[in-house]
Design a protein. Structure first.
Length: 254
């Protein structure tokens, strides 16, 4: 069993859809608190770090039990900043400043506060059981198949987005005859640092699917809040109360 399993929660200060989204109250908690508490409740995660560029988010994250050992540089907190820059910065900082090198990193996104902790742990266990895999990525069945999608060329004509080798016109085939496809849903991703640091990828060369078929909720706009709050009530939070000292930090210090 890996000794160092890190939950890394990215939470920048800027947000266009909802200003200050990560600290907005959803139910009885700031949005970011749910991801922190999911990690605290996990049976496998033993350290929780929030990567943020924002002092208010850092303060709230600490109140709810996460560590904030660094402030993320502004160049990694822009609208266009990719996840891999955030994760590479965190891993390099931790190694250079603490000598800490996690064996597994769990990516928990604050905009998706409705999760079951047992699914987080199951995704971690899946990666543990497959040492050859670089990552586990949560996916769900796609509502639309890309085999019936089109692009429009510069000359204005349509072209099939995808083709099947054994079908000249897969756009006309019944959906049941087309390959099953899945979309990445952001519920939870589990990554080995080698994918990020050595392969410059958030999933590496060998990624396992973790299929989550339950309804997913993501906070993008204020009108999303009532449905998320209802889902949290139905789920029961299952979260421990606010903590001024991180339980995972205590574990890490042992």
């Amino acid at each position: 069993m890996p000794q160092h399993i890190l939950a890394l929660i990215p939470a920048r200060g800027g947000s266009k859809g909802i200003p200050r989204k990560n600290t907005i109250m959803v139910g009885q908690k700031p949005l970011i608190a749910y991801s922190i508490l999911h990690a605290r409740t996990s049976l496998l995660i033993n350290r929780i770090i929030v990567s943020t560029d924002d002092s208010e988010i850092a303060s709230v994250a600490k109140e709810w039990g996460a560590e904030v050992p660094f402030i993320r540089p502004a160049q990694y907190a822009e609208d266009s900043s990719p996840d891999i820059d955030v994760f590479r910065h965190a891993l390099i900082w931790l190694k250079e400043n603490e000598g800490y090198e996690p064996e597994i990193v769990v990516h928990l996104r604050p905009p998706g506060p409705v999760r079951r902790v047992e699914l987080i742990d199951r995704a971690v266990e899946l990666l543990i059981d497959h040492p050859e895999a670089d990552a586990v990525r949560s996916v769900g069945p796609a509502l639309q198949t890309p085999y019936k999608m089109w692009s429009i060329s510069a000359n204005g004509y349509m072209q099939p987005l995808l083709r099947l080798d054994d079908a000249a016109d897969c756009q006309s085939l019944p959906r049941q005859q087309l390959p099953k496809v899945y979309w990445q849903n952001g519920y939870v991703d589990v990554i080995r640092p080698r994918a990020i640091l050595e392969k410059n990828s958030m999933w590496g060369e060998c990624v396992l699917p973790f299929i989550v078929e339950e309804t997913l909720f993501e906070l993008d706009y204020p009108e999303d809040i009532p449905a998320i709050e209802d889902a949290l009530k139905r789920n029961g939070d299952g979260s421990p109360a606010r903590a001024t000292k991180s339980k995972t930090a205590e574990r890490h210090a042992v």
